[in-house]
Design a protein around this ligand. Structure first.
Ligand code: GSH
Length: 211
């Protein structure tokens, strides 16, 4: 079997999602910590985004295309259910997480800490305070979905591979940690998911400003 490589800084939540997916399938891979917009990435992804997967002659950009390739190309537990109705449910949640949850919790909230714009060179507290009610609303939706069994069921799959890195990072900052701690379903889902071998074995080094 050809070696599998994931190209991209492992701190990126999107890179991490693909690495969790590979680990859940039981597929060993090499992590190549390459930043976005590097020549190696631009040669494959026209917008210079990470992650990239290389597997023999197969080269893929975009995390969802990578995860779905991994799911189809390798044996192991299904990351997306074969049943069409269940697959649609997984597709909807994948889309909501990548288009709504991720931009708020990572691009806006986490990045307010990583790329501070406050007057004193620190995080802009007004921006962060304004984000908190929006984050609470999104986390309420996730809490209800976990309560209803719409999320968080076994088998752990693509939706979880995307969501766990996002929640992990939100939980590293004070407002995110408090909001998650106040929601028992979310706290328990995060705690049990973080204990999974697929998540532990792909845990990234501390965030870097390049991610
Ligand atoms: N839709 C892309 C998003 C990936 C993404 O935004 N990656 C970030 C790192 S977390 C990146 O490459 N950022 C550089 C940029 O947006 O130009 C995917 O799912 O792979």
């Amino acid at each position: 079997m050809s070696a599998v490589e994931i190209i991209g800084l492992p701190q990126s939540n999107f890179v991490w999602a693909t690495r969790i997916a590979l680990a859940e399938k039981g597929v060993a891979h090499e992590s190549m910590p390459v930043p976005p917009h590097s020549p190696e990435v631009l040669a494959i992804h026209p917008f210079g985004k990470i992650p990239i997967l290389r597997h023999g002659s197969v080269v893929i950009g975009e995390s969802r295309a990578i995860i779905d390739y991994v799911d189809r190309a390798f044996d192991g537990p299904e990351l997306v259910p074969a049943d069409p109705a269940a697959a649609r449910h997984s597709d909807s949640w994948t889309s909501m997480i990548t288009s709504t949850v991720e931009p708020l919790l990572i691009r806006q909230y986490l990045f307010a800490y990583f790329f501070p714009t406050g007057a004193d060179g620190g995080p802009d507290t007004a921006t962060i305070e304004a984000l908190v009610p929006k984050m609470a609303g999104i986390l309420d939706v996730l809490e209800t979905a976990l309560q209803n069994g719409d999320l968080g069921q076994e088998p752990f799959g693509r939706v979880d591979a995307y969501l766990i890195p996002i929640l992990f990072y939100a939980n590293t900052m004070p407002e995110g940690a408090a909001l998650i701690a106040a929601r028992p379903q979310l706290s328990s889902y995060l705690e049990r998911s973080l204990a999974r071998p697929s998540v532990q074995s792909t845990m990234p080094p501390p965030p870097s400003a390049e991610a």
